[in-house]
Design a protein around this ligand. Structure first.
Ligand code: ADP
Length: 362
């Protein structure tokens, strides 16, 4: 797959486009359904810094970086964002592009399969453009090596031919800024990481009050009437993650609508019970991971590959999606010998901790 058909662009100084649904003058989208675009993640994506809740430290740093670059009339240096999915990395990239009134080309690690794909993306950039590469950890090593000189000296080395007759052609690229995002920073090679000279920023989980703010903003955009208690309950179960908060809000709205009920605390409890999301926000897949560690491997430590194999689940999914939150709330420990259940795990699953019972007997 070439990168061209994967790319999306924002217009200069324009609004972030609604992917898959453009609005016409009458406020309806092209599909003729006024509600359709509302289901898309992009509808809720903040398009102004004020709407981007939390991550204060990153916003403060970006403000300095962007202001300084604008004053020098030069594109900012390359920036890497990392952290679990749904915390707002892509949104930051769009906000930066908007702030700089720059055109942004969007692609991702898996979409760049060949060196030629990257070369075509880079040679199509104009001066001052932003290139956003999502899931940059999935770029293969030979492509990374082409990216180094492009990032550092603004040149693209293309090798033509093979063996002794091979020649290197060097192309000068226009000044551009690379913004990249990853959920797996450890998979990035040290040389690549070090070339993000503008900064490497870790997105933190959000606090419950911040998630509540995000839920209220989303409810307003979607025209959902939600009480304080219901919003607080959804926030509590949102894994401190904006994307999860928006997802749960929309599912609770559906439940209220179908059952012709107000979106109150009781409705939230029932809707989330139906989805299998418990009081801590754990999903059935989180619980099956914990259950496997406790019941099959005596609480651990057990290797990630063993857990994944026993659940027929992808290691990457467990590592990127489930683990960060389970570790954050103290339900799982990552030790050099593998993953381990904690006292909280046993308490939450309502199981006796055999290790504690044994200690009592001694
Ligand atoms: P990531 O790229 O880290 O996976 P996104 O930037 O795609 O996450 O964010 C997912 C969704 O969560 C966005 O569309 C937006 O609606 C919401 N979101 C993320 N961060 C924030 C924030 N700081 N404030 C408000 N909403 C946010």
């Amino acid at each position: 797959m070439t990168t061209d058909n994967k790319q999306r662009t924002t217009k200069r100084a324009g609004k972030v486009p609604r992917i898959g649904a453009t609005r016409s003058d009458n406020g309806k989208n092209d599909a003729g359904d006024p509600e359709e675009s509302v289901f898309l993640d992009t509808t809720l994506r903040p398009s102004q810094w004020n709407d981007y809740i939390g991550q204060k430290n990153i916003k403060d740093n970006l403000r300095i970086l962007l202001t300084a670059a604008t004053e020098r009339n030069h594109p900012p240096e390359h920036i890497l964002f990392y952290g679990p999915p749904g915390l707002g990395k892509t949104t930051l990239a769009y906000l930066i592009a908007k702030e700089l009134q720059a055109q942004m080309k969007v692609t991702s690690g898996p979409a760049i399969e060949k060196v030629g794909d990257l070369a075509s993306v880079l040679t199509n950039l104009a001066a001052g453009d932003i290139l956003f590469i999502d899931e940059i950890h999935r770029l293969n090593k030979s492509i990374e090596e082409v990216l180094y000189p492009a990032m550092e000296t603004g040149t693209l080395d293309i090798i033509i031919g093979k063996g002794p007759s091979a020649r290197v052609i060097q192309l000068d690229l226009p000044p551009f800024t690379l913004l990249a995002a990853t959920t797996r920073p450890a998979l990035l090679s040290a040389p690549l990481r070090s070339r993000f000279s503008g900064g490497v920023f870790k997105l933190e989980f959000y606090s419950e009050p911040e998630i509540q703010q995000i839920i209220k903003r989303s409810a307003k955009i979607l025209g959902i009437d939600i009480g304080q208690e219901a919003a607080a309950e959804i926030a509590k179960r949102s894994r401190f993650t904006p994307r999860t908060a928006n997802y749960l809000l929309k599912r609770c709205r559906d439940y209220a609508q179908v059952n012709k009920r107000p979106l109150d605390r009781k409705t939230v409890d029932e809707a989330l019970a139906l989805l299998g999301v418990d009081i801590l926000g754990l999903t059935p897949s989180d619980r099956s991971i914990l259950q496997a560690i406790v019941s099959k491997y005596n609480g651990g430590p057990v290797g990630l590959n063993t857990i994944a194999a026993s659940l027929s689940e992808e290691e990457a999914t467990i590592e990127e999606y489930n683990e960060p939150y389970l570790i954050q709330i103290g339900m799982l420990e990552r030790t050099p010998r593998g993953r381990q259940a904690t006292k909280r795990t046993y308490a939450h699953l309502n199981l006796e901790n055999p290790k504690v019972e044994q200690e009592k007997l001694l």
